[in-house]
Design a protein around this ligand. Sequence first.
Ligand SMILES: [Zn+2]
Ligand SMILES: [Zn+2]
Length: 507
Amino acid sequence: MTIRAPRDRSDFKVALICALPLEAECLQQVFDNFWEDDGHKYGKAVGDSNVYTTGVIGEHNVVLAHMPGMGTVSAAAVAGALRVSFPNTKLALVVGICGGIPYGKNQEEIVLGDVIISQALVQYDFGRQYPGGFKRKTGVRDTLGRLSPEIQGNLAKLETSRYKQRIRNNIATFLQDIQRKLPGTNHPGLANDVLYNSSYVHRHYPPTICDECGKDDEICEVALKTECEQLGCESSMRLTRTKSTSSTKERPVAHFGIMGSGNTVMKSGQHRDRMAQADEIIGFEMEGAGVWDYLPSIVVKGVCDYADSHKRKGWQHYAAATAAACTKALLVEWSVEDTPTGSDQLTFEKDVREMGKKLEIPGIEDDQADVKTLVKQRLSSSAAGRWLLILDNADDEALWVNKANSEGRRSTLMDWFPSTAHGAILITTRSRRVASYLAGREVIELAAMSADQARNIFMNILENPELAGDQAAVSTLLDKLTFLPLAIVQAASYINMTQETVPPTWS
Ligand SMILES: [Zn+2]
Ligand SMILES: [Zn+2]
């Protein structure tokens, strides 16, 4: 199925947010199309410093925001700006890697490379950390209560066994695609999926001398960045996992549950287990809580470690790939509302019926009536007298230009135009393509209004001219409205309503 190119940024409903270049790299591999390849540029709002990639995944137009760094603060800044540039975002997926709890809901085993899909978030470091414990200021943030019914419904659907299985199959398929393009994302081998006893801390042990490690549960920076093998973590402290003997061992599973989100890194398995137990958390990550305040969001993250500071090679790349594959699997099943094409078409047919009613055409009220044909016949007959039909704002190319629209049907609205010497059709559009297609050589291009014309319209509609005493401010306002008549009328009406002086606060 081909997806129609969005008209502008307001047509994007799904946003993807990645903290690491590696995460974005994997996610881009599951795009079905990039709009820039087709010559479409969507830009961003003034003052937005985010960097975006726009494209298509499944049936969704998506915008991917690349974050400058990790953490909730950075995520909040990115999400806040994204909301301004893409004002109709209905769902933000925060995609990447996370730490996982070894056993999730109902003691379901979670292994490295599995993906966690958040049903709710707990901001676990919203408070202060005390020796031997952690005191949070707030309880569980019931994100489900704040997500739209549409998102809740989709999540509930996907958690049924039928869709869980479909998602698992699709993850495997999409993961193979990614791995073909990015060989570095291959499975690191089950022997590398190592879980240590939760009390066994990843730090320097004697005979290595380290002043920091071990004091007040501290782990030094060097140890945090060193892999277990170099650091010398004891293999006798490992726990056995049952998944390693199962036949579907290398096929990642998507787990639904509560995600812990914060800026504090989990330092030990015991710390992790305490937090997990208190709130039924099954994963830990660092961006979701930042995005949450700005956009309805779900975190989709691949497990690259067990949130206990122990480190092993290769899992970050693999987990970033499984998260990307899961994101696509999720979006493929995610049901969408009707495209604007469908609703525009419906609106148009409703309008034609209204026209038929005004013309008192017999049978027009009948639900089964072919309304368009009835109205066309009437307008084409000399009995209709002389008429002028105005189609305002015919900007939707897919609706008017005679090519397959997003549902794969050919647009037939053109065929409807009555062709007769006693009537005329005036169409206004901002799209040069629609204009050429509908009117051919009869296109009349309208230039922007002059500053004087714009000022005249504005002052004529303004009830109290004293509110526009500041001439320079009026000029700036009209300039900002790019002298568009409709915008000027709306601005003047707004001022009539609020009695604010120019410039009004919103400008
Ligand atoms: Zn150390
Ligand atoms: Zn270790």
